[in-house]
Design a protein around this ligand. Sequence first.
Ligand code: SF4
Ligand code: SF4
Length: 318
Amino acid sequence: MFLHILTGCNLSCSHCYINTEQHGTNMLEKQQMEDWIRLFADTKKRTNIIFLGGEPTMHPDLVHGLNVARQCGYDITVDTNGYLFHDFLERVSVDMLDYLSFSLDGPDPEINDPIRGEGVFETCTGNLKKAVARGFNTSLIYTVSSRNIDHLHRMVPLLDSLGVKTFFIQVIGLRGRSAQAGDDDKTAVQVDPQRWLEVVPDVAARVSELGIEVVYPKVFLDGDEQFECAGNVAENFFVFPNGRVYQCPLCEDYPVHSFEIIDNRLVKRLGLTEENLFSLDIAEGCVMNKLLQPETISYDNQGVPHHRISCCLVKNRI
Ligand code: SF4
Ligand code: SF4
C-alpha cells in the first residue's frame, strides 16, 4: 500500500511525479488516515505500507498513522526528502519503523541541488546520518536521468560513508512534472536504454560488494523471460488523498484508477479503467510504456521490438 497522505511539499524537484490536478491538494485528516490504513490491513498476508507525499513528515499526524499501521501488522516505510519536519526523529522510536528512506539525486550538491533544490544535499545527508546514528534502518533512492547518470558511480563511496542498508535506483518516468515538460525537455532528461545497461548493473554490483542491498528496475526483459503485468499478478494499491486508488503507477496522470475510496469503502469503478489495459497482450511488453513513451522502444526491419519492456514494478535485487 503506497499511501500518499498529502500532496504538499516544501521542495519542487524537477522530476516530481505529483500531479495535483489528478491527485488533489488536500491532506488526509487524522481519522481518515487511520480508517484508510485499517481498510487495507490484512492479517493473513504480509503487507508493506509506504507513507508518501508530497513530503509525509509535513503531516502533523504521521506518527499517529505509524502507530495505527504497527497495530495492524504492516511492515512500515516512510519515504522522505530528508527534511524530517515536526521533529520526526525525536518523536519516533526505532521499533515504529522498518525503513526510513531518503531521496537524493546526486553524490554532491553540484549534481543533486539543481534537480532537488538549493541546500537539499546538506540537509538530506545530515539528517540521514542522524537517523543512522539513532539506529534506524535507512535506504536511499536515486532517480536516474540524463542529468545525473554519469555521476551514479560516485554514489558508491558516499553510500559506504553514510551507512545506508538499501540503495534503490529508479529510472526517470514521464509522469507529473516531467510529463508536463516540452517534448525537447522530456527527451533531454530521459536515459538512453544503452547507457542505462552500460551504467546501472555495474554500479549496482559495486554497491552490493559493500554489503548494501541494491534494488533497481528490470526495464528490459531477456529473450526467454516471461512478461507479466503487476496489475494481473500482484496486489499494489497507490492511494491518493482525493480517494483515487490505482494499481499501476504509470496510469496516475489519468482518471483511469481502478478503485475509489468512498465512505471508507474501497469501491471498484466501472467503465474504462487501467484494468482494461492490463489484459492487452502486445509484443512490446508493458502497454502503458508503449502508450506513454513509445520512443523508448526500437524495432528491427521486420517490425519486431529489439527488447520487450518489463513491468515497471519488476525489480532486480542484489
Ligand atoms: S519529488 Fe518528492 S521531494 Fe521532490 S517535490 Fe515531489 S514530493 Fe517533494
Ligand atoms: S507498468 Fe505496465 S506492466 Fe506494470 S502494472 Fe502498469 S501497465 Fe502493467
